[in-house]
Ligand binder design. Structure first.
Ligand SMILES: *[C@@H]1O[C@H](CO)[C@@H](O)[C@H](O)[C@H]1NC(C)=O
Ligand SMILES: *[C@@H]1O[C@H](CO)[C@@H](O)[C@H](O)[C@H]1NC(C)=O
Ligand SMILES: *[C@@H]1O[C@H](CO)[C@@H](O)[C@H](O)[C@H]1NC(C)=O
Ligand SMILES: *[C@@H]1O[C@H](CO)[C@@H](O)[C@H](O)[C@H]1NC(C)=O
Ligand SMILES: *[C@@H]1O[C@H](CO)[C@@H](O)[C@H](O)[C@H]1NC(C)=O
Length: 425
């Protein structure tokens, strides 16, 4: 009897703690952290971060990373590859299947082809993004690009988190002319060409005939840029409204749909909160807010919310995503929202907002003239459905709060576990 009395409180303290630990550890793996325990792979680890492949690896499960040590990496980096070529080469070393030591030595029929991240990016023509893994004589395991020499060998297991991620060492970089081919320099990337070819033709054409915005886009490319172009149907429906804007407003509107930082999809998914755009200039905030709903990335302003529905390109330094609707900057459409409903004379502040790079006092002046949240409805683009406007009026600031949401949710889950386990006992 006495034994039970002593034991029970102990268990009821320990179990919740265990559950709490489990709750904390149930997060996906972090390849950067896993490799940080192995200094002889610090260079490989560094380039996983540099190329943003780490984000991509952390997002996936059932994955194998074939790492090479610092001496092999220094040989690779001495060749003067650009960062985007290095990204292609290293992405060929990330297998989209789980190969722990045991499985490597017991491959069925002695040979397997594994798809890689290089294949998944779409940058690899044919099957050049596949890796051949073959059990050779004497227990050796050889690696090579499909159709190429099996000249790189399994050395050892570095970290295994079955069956989420296995990190192994191989002796050499997988030789692939395709992966090592020079990628187009950022300045040579044809922005409007990429957009036109992938469902954002109307936006591309609009951008092309606007020299000011075109130049801003081109100038931002080198340092990294992410564009959110409206899909053709959305942009077509929006054109009458766009054509109504003054020339300076047209330019600033186009600039509003790009941010001066490269964000891969994985980064967008882990990056809730407000962002500056190419239109941000001193007092003119022209911010948009990234907000995730599970796997769905949405963008919002005070006026509306749009969804990312397609990735046109995601190759450092450039990412272009298509959106289902036209994201409306509150700085441009707040005023017209007042004008639109009735054919009444336009209010004064419409003119104020017309000036391209207005004086510092502008934001303040506009705030005074801001319409009630209800009148935002009218600023909805014609291309948009009836949804998602009323609730969007609850300010961009909601996004900022969401940043800490993840951490809070984790805590709540842990606390719930704690309560649940106390009850169970
Ligand atoms: C494997 O990944 C899943 C999904 O991210 C996660 O829930 C699980 O805890 C991971 N397993 C391990 C052992 O880390
Ligand atoms: C992964 O770990 C590194 C180093 O500890 C850290 O800087 C990074 O923020 C982590 N990434 C994620 C997604 O947690
Ligand atoms: C892997 O390469 C070896 C040697 O070139 C070849 O014999 C084998 O068929 C290949 N395996 C697969 C699955 O293609
Ligand atoms: C970019 O692509 C567009 C559309 O495909 C094409 O008209 C234009 O000539 C291209 N520009 C350059 C510089 O290649
Ligand atoms: C364009 O502006 C005029 C005058 O301000 C307005 O009456 C008209 O409704 C606007 N058209 C669109 C499509 O916004």
């Amino acid at each position: 009897m006495a034994k039970k009395n002593i034991l029970q409180p102990t268990i009821s303290y320990i179990l919740p703690l265990l559950l709490l630990l489990l709750a904390v550890n149930s997060h996906a793996h972090n390849v950067t952290r896993l490799l940080a325990n192995h200094p002889s792979f610090s260079s490989f680890n560094h380039f996983l971060t540099q190329t943003h492949l780490a984000d991509e690896i952390n997002r996936r499960t059932t994955i194998t990373v074939c790492a090479v040590d610092n001496s092999v990496m220094s040989f690779l980096t001495s060749k003067g590859y650009s960062i985007s070529t290095l990204k292609n080469i290293i992405s060929l070393h990330v297998l989209l299947d789980y190969f722990g030591t045991k499985k490597l030595h017991q491959i069925r029929d002695g040979s397997a082809l594994a798809a890689t991240l290089f294949q998944a990016t779409g940058a690899a023509p044919g099957t050049t993004g596949f890796v051949n893994i073959t059990d050779l004589r004497g227990g050796k395991v050889g690696f090579g690009p499909d159709g190429g020499d099996l000249s790189s060998f399994f050395v050892k297991s570095i970290e295994e988190v079955p069956y989420n991620i296995s990190i192994i060492q191989i002796s050499k970089v997988l030789p692939s002319e395709t992966a090592a081919a020079p990628t187009p320099a950022p300045a040579e990337m044809n922005l409007t060409g990429i957009m036109s070819a992938h469902g954002c033709k109307v936006f591309a054409e609009t951008l092309l005939v606007n020299p000011g915005a075109s130049k801003t886009y081109q100038d931002s490319l080198e340092g990294g840029m992410t564009v959110f172009c409206p899909g053709d149907d959305a942009m077509k429906g929006f054109l009458p409204k766009y054509k109504n804007l003054t020339a300076p407003k047209k330019e600033v509107f186009l600039e509003f749909l790009a941010v001066p930082t490269y964000y891969s999809m994985a980064m967008l998914k882990s990056n809730n909160g407000p962002m500056n755009t190419l239109a941000t200039d001193g007092a003119n905030k022209f911010e948009l807010t990234v907000q995730n709903d599970g796997e769905q990335v949405t963008l919002k302003t005070r006026l509306n919310t749009v969804k990312i529905v397609d990735t046109l390109i995601d190759e450092q330094p450039l990412a272009i995503y298509a959106t289902d609707k036209v994201l409306l900057p509150k700085e441009l459409f707040k005023a017209s929202a007042v004008e639109a409903p009735a054919p009444a004379p336009a209010p004064e502040d419409g003119d104020v907002a017309d000036s391209p790079k207005p004086a510092k006092g502008k934001a303040k002046g506009k705030k005074k003239a801001a319409p009630s949240p209800d009148s935002f409805d009218e600023s909805d683009s014609p291309a948009e459905g009836p949804d998602g406007v009323a609730d969007d009026a609850t300010a961009d600031d909601a996004g900022a709060v969401r940043i800490v949401g993840g951490a809070k949710a984790g805590l709540v889950v842990s606390l719930l576990c704690l309560f649940a386990s106390s009850w169970l006992l």
